[in-house]
Ligand binder design. Structure first.
Ligand code: GLN
Ligand code: ZN
Length: 765
């Protein structure tokens, strides 16, 4: 048996986020296109060089992007939405970024979560456009790597089935015409790669790990048999990840030359399938054995045992050894962390360290290292050391989690009762206007925070600055005549770090960035110990803001499930137990806010949905503890205290029930990029508590008009009672600039006032 080391994909953001910086400089017109292209080329090549230096046998190309790989694929096929007035030919960067981010005259394409990750891709839109190859970018990348390093890289594409499934806009009627147009183009791209000398081509098909019905299966079979006949010379590696391959016995016979399976997240299912059905002896099996989603070192002895088991169960003619998914979901290298707790650091593996693990295990299997057990015991020692770390020994909190009971999840009274009491206490107008929490993190805010972090600004001066900014925005909100105010979140960079810093059990990194959407990167904290409340987190900021105004200011917390889902989480106890630990800590914070006189408390759960398992049959279990965690954090307040929550990118259709079960008094959700769908799903599944439908898209700098927002509000009132309806942008405003924010909010308030007038007239009529 021969073993080959390879990757599904490698992060593209650069060791120091050079990629992000280049994109943003280009958008600000600080980089001309030529220099921008040169910069991106150097980033693209340096990642290949690094992989070669580390010793990866087969390097992957096509995993790089200028914004998002789904967008690249769509535009490669000429799938430019008509509103961007593209005239055909190569898609220029202006059009490319307009589709991604919107421009003055057209809204951006919708963005949504990439399976169960925290990455968001641009949703391709089929509107009956004439499809055509605009540019074979993967081929360009392949040739570039060949020219620079004399290598035959493995080009990767988002596979045709997944791409088709994730496109929106076709109907049962037009889907055939779409597919018939799409497949020859896939064939052409692949043929060009083969002609250029590519040996293997990786087609990424994560949709094949979701639940597939017979119709889906037939479609997959048709797609692949067509490819096999149109590009017979191509060697296709059908790559799956994030779960076990669905309908293994059927799909494994597809006419491709190799299969990539996830033996980390899909371990159980894939091993079972191998045991039952074996593996075809004419295909290569690429085994994802090092976790591509977490940051922990692998237990190499276990990895080795997994590979041995796989070998015994199947007849694969060759094995490729690789991480379980694209490494874009993990940071680049632990070597960039200099301040970290050494016990923790030694137990970590980011992308580069995972590559080292892959190489070690490949070499060991190929016996290039002789018998080499000491590598294995090294990884075990670091894992053991972390287990015994004092940060994991908080008996009180461990005990508290075990003794949580049903009562701890419930508010005193039910929603109808609370609604009455809250309306008496708060006396808000019809269609209360509010925002989601954050206001623009201006250059000044960032500058001050950096100076303070570098100790160039004292604690007092920093706090004074934050207070000034809060005060300025309280005044601005009053001038805008917004009803329920927020303090603006100037003290935080992102939604988790600020909380993690004040709770026990968290570690923070310096450079451990991962991409979240477009150029936006996040630096997830690491939950490596027991989580407990140590001192108040947000009370000072909220109470200060409230002291400045007669209007209500919302307290603003990140919820337990989001903190969990947006962190890298210890894997020695269950996620549920970690979530309950966080929830108990937040419960104390919620109580502290209430005691400090805050009457409306928003607990954001934008990441609730993204924790959903990929397989529907596992949803119930997750939702039980996730919903309970939210309730554990929020249910101890008085009936009069109004609990809000907020979610983004919420595909609502299958999710209204769990949202309702959170028992929040008001929820605000992202909808402006997919408004129509939400309205129709509310028609089918009525929602009865307070709800704010985002009336404009904050992910784009575009300022929406009054009329546009008014239209959305009128639509919403078709399916919602007027006493339920809140008006707000669809997410926090921290990434926006101040002028566009003020302009958009001014339009939003005017639109709301018009709506109130309309409703008043219609009632009096
Ligand atoms: N309160 C947060 C903010 O406004 C919510 C952000 C989010 O949903 N991602 O920034
Ligand atoms: Zn949001």
């Amino acid at each position: 048996m021969t073993y080959t080391s390879t990757l599904i994909g490698y992060p593209y953001i650069g060791d120091d986020r050079e990629w992000k910086k280049a994109l943003e400089a280009f958008w600000r017109h600080e980089l001309i296109e030529e220099d921008f292209q040169a910069k991106l080329k150097s980033i693209r090549l340096s990642r290949i060089e690094k992989q070669l230096q580390l010793g990866v046998d087969v390097v992957t190309v096509g995993d790089f992007t200028f914004y998002d790989r789904m967008l690249d694929t769509a535009l490669m096929f000429g799938l430019v939405p008509k509103r961007f007035n593209w005239q055909g030919g190569k898609v220029d960067l202006h059009t490319y970024y307009s589709v991604a981010r919107g421009n003055k005259s057209a809204v951006a394409s919708e963005m949504t979560k990439w399976f169960n990750t925290n990455y968001h891709y641009i949703v391709p839109e089929y509107e009956g456009q004439t499809l055509q190859i605009t540019e074979n970018k993967v081929l360009a990348d392949f040739l570039e790597a060949k020219a620079a390093y004399d290598i035959i890289a493995k080009p990767t594409l988002i596979g045709p089935y997944t791409f088709f499934k994730l496109t929106k806009g076709y109907s049962k009627l037009t889907q055939v015409e779409y597919l018939l147009a799409l497949l020859p183009l896939y064939a052409q791209v692949i043929q060009e790669l083969v002609d250029a000398g590519a040996h293997w081509i990786q087609l990424e098909e994560p949709s094949l790990v979701t639940t597939l019905d017979p119709e889906d299966l037939k479609l997959v079979q048709e797609i692949y048999s067509q490819l096999a006949t149109t590009v017979p010379a191509a060697k296709l590696m059908l790559q799956t990840y994030f779960e076990a391959l669905c309908s293994y016995e059927t799909l494994i016979t597809l006419p491709v030359q190799g299969f990539g399976l996830d033996f980390v997240h899909g371990y159980k299912g894939n091993i079972e399938s191998l045991r039952k059905f074996g593996f075809p002896n004419d295909k290569v099996l690429a085994v994802g054995v090092v976790n591509g989603r977490d940051i922990w070192r692998s237990n190499l002895a276990e990895v080795n045992a997994t590979i041995q088991a796989i070998e015994k169960l199947g007849d694969a003619k060759e094995l490729w050894i690789q991480p379980s998914s694209n490494l874009q979901h993990v940071p680049i290298s632990t070597s960039l962390e200099v301040k970290m707790d050494p016990v923790l650091k030694q137990a970590l593996a980011f992308a580069d360290e995972k590559i080292v693990e892959i190489i070690q295990i490949t070499k060991f299997r190929n016996n290039q290292d002789g018998i080499h057990h000491h590598n294995f015991s090294e990884s075990m020692k670091t894992i053991e050391a972390l287990k015994n770390h004092p940060i994991r020994q908080n008996k009180i909190i461990q005990q508290a989690v075990q003794t949580v009971s049903m009562q701890d999840f419930a508010r005193h009274s039910d929603f109808t009762q609370r609604q009455k009491l809250q309306q008496q206490a708060l006396a808000l107008p019809l269609f209360p206007t509010t925002t989601i929490g954050s206001f623009p993190q201006s250059d000044e805010v960032k500058r001050n925070r950096n100076a303070w972090r570098k100790k160039q600004l004292s604690n007092e001066d920093y706090e004074t600055f934050i207070e000034q900014e809060t005060k300025r925005w309280i005044n601005l909100q009053e001038d805008l005549d917004i009803d329920v105010l927020v303090h603006g979140e100037f003290e935080r960079t992102d939604m988790v770090e600020y909380f993690g810093e004040k709770l026990t059990g968290f570690a923070f990194t310096e450079k451990a960035w991962v991409v979240s959407y477009g150029s936006r990167c996040v630096k997830p904290p690491i939950i490596y110990g027991d989580v407990a409340w140590a001192s108040s987190i947000t009370v000072k900021e909220s109470a200060y803001a409230q002291s400045l105004t007669k209007r209500f200011v919302k307290g603003m917390l990140t919820g337990p499930v989001t903190i969990l889902n947006w962190s890298f989480v210890r894997d020695d106890i269950s996620r549920k137990d970690v979530a309950y630990q966080i929830a108990l800590a937040l419960r104390r914070e919620v109580e502290a806010l209430e005691t400090a006189g805050i009457s409306i408390i928003q607990v954001d759960e934008p990441a609730l949905r993204e924790g959903l398992p990929l397989r529907k049959e596992e949803w119930g279990d997750y939702l039980d503890w996730a919903v309970n965690s939210f309730k554990l954090a929020t249910s101890s307040v008085k009936d009069e205290t109004q609990i809000h929550t907020h979610m983004c990118y919420c595909e609502f259709n299958d999710f209204i029930e769990p949202i309702s079960e959170l028992d929040a008094d008001v929820i605000s959700i992202e909808t402006s990029r997919s408004h129509g769908e939400l309205i129709s799903s509310l028609q089918v599944n009525p929602y009865t508590k307070g709800i704010g439908l985002g009336v404009y898209d904050i992910h784009s700098p575009r300022v929406p008009s009054e009329e546009e927002m008014l239209a959305i509000m009128r639509d919403s009132l078709q399916v919602l009672d007027r006493h339920q309806f809140w008006v707000n942008p669809d997410c926090g405003l921290k990434t926006r600039k101040e002028p566009e924010t003020l302009a958009a909010l001014a339009n939003m308030v005017v639109a709301t006032k018009k709506l109130r007038q309309e409703v008043k007239e219609s009632i009096s009529r």
